[in-house]
Design a binder for this molecule. Structure first.
Ligand SMILES: Nc1ncnc2c1ncn2[C@@H]1O[C@H](COP(=O)(O)OP(=O)(O)OP(=O)(O)O)[C@@H](O)[C@H]1O
Ligand SMILES: [Mg+2]
Length: 310
């Protein structure tokens, strides 16, 4: 892995007097809708990740366009802003993936065929550390992916299920947190990302009633992975993306809390600037640090690692 070059920028800290959501242990769904205020649910059984663990989070939902990449990126930056070293892994073979939004900085003089990506990790062409490159943000690194990652999905190389977990354990670099952004499928790549993780974070669109049903098949996959391959895996948080106060959003949040009673429920409020930020190849946290969406991810990330007040 290459050290951070000088041309990286610090992650902006957020002002303390911004419009953070309140925190509650459950939403009162019997309250009249007009009196009800959206808040972050931290259920009583929820426990943050232990600090000594090199924490691995997989962001997953087989539905496309629900905010997985945004969630992975913004959570990562919130953790970097708290002083942690964070590695993102782009486990999505689509062209329009995290690698496009957050280009890596290759060392000078490295020819194209010397550049590693996640595919090379699955085929044992390099270690995870060798495929980890700095990005424009100090303290944030990325394992990039290209459409040829599809080969893993189609060929399912021997041992693919445990490949990422093995590489993460073998890696002697000093990342505090690794966040894996998966693609819109429950195929080989997502399964191996779930096997590698301590926690799953699930973004669900707050404005789509269909997403609640879609969450059921994710639930089954997570259950299978938990039973057979990763007993300690848990669903740590549901992010309700594109969230605006509405009866539907409240109902979806309530349904998700029923399905995942130990998980955080975090509204990720709507923001119109996400597309512009992507075009500029900047995180929302840098492009629009005052956006309420950024605050929601900041608060959610803090609760996940037990540092909500920082
Ligand atoms: N909080 C939000 N407010 C407004 N729009 C949002 C929000 N969250 C996500 N979106 C919209 O959803 C789009 C898709 O987000 P993103 O690329 O993160 O989804 P994805 O689940 O990673 O998609 P894919 O499955 O294709 O990888 C964004 O470009 C944005 O327009
Ligand atoms: Mg994505």
């Amino acid at each position: 892995m290459i050290e951070t070059p000088r041309n990286t920028v610090p992650v902006p800290a957020l002002s303390e007097d911004l419009a953070f959501l309140d925190i509650t242990t459950e939403w009162d769904l019997s309250a009249s809708y007009h009196q009800w205020k959206p808040s972050i649910v931290v259920p009583a059984p929820f426990r943050p990740s232990p600090e000594q663990v090199r924490y691995v989070i997989t962001v997953a939902n087989q539905k496309g366009g629900v905010g997985k990449t945004l969630t992975a990126f913004e959570l990562a930056l919130s953790l970097v802003a708290r002083g942690l070293r964070v590695r993102l892994i782009d486990a999505d073979p689509q062209v329009a993936s995290l690698t496009l939004w957050l280009p890596v900085i290759y060392p000078e003089g490295l020819s194209e065929d010397q550049r590693f990506s996640l595919r090379d990790v699955y085929y044992d062409k390099c270690t995870l550390a060798e495929a980890t490159y700095p990005t424009r943000y100090q303290g944030l690194y990325l394992v990039p992916s290209f459409p040829n990652l599809d080969q893993v999905q189609n060929e399912r190389p021997t041992g693919y299920e445990t490949c990422l977990r093995w590489h993460l354990r073998e890696c002697d670099d000093d990342f505090d947190v690794t966040i894996i952004d998966s693609g819109p499928s429950l195929g080989a790549l997502t399964v191996s990302a779930l096997v590698a993780a301590h926690d799953v974070v699930v973004p669900v669109q707050a404005a789509s009633g269909l997403d609640v049903e879609g969450a059921a098949s994710l639930y089954e996959t997570i259950n299978t992975v938990t039973t057979r391959m990763n007993r300690d895996l848990r669903v740590a948080a549901i992010f309700l993306t594109d969230f605006e106060k509405s009866k539907l959003a409240r109902t979806i949040g309530g349904e998700m809390a029923k399905a995942f009673p130990d998980a955080l429920i975090v509204p990720s409020r709507t923001c119109v600037k996400i597309g512009e930020a992507q075009l500029e190849k900047k995180a929302l946290r840098e492009f629009a640090p005052e956006a309420t969406t950024v605050l929601d991810y900041d608060r959610g990330a803090g609760i996940l690692i037990g540092r909500a007040g920082l």
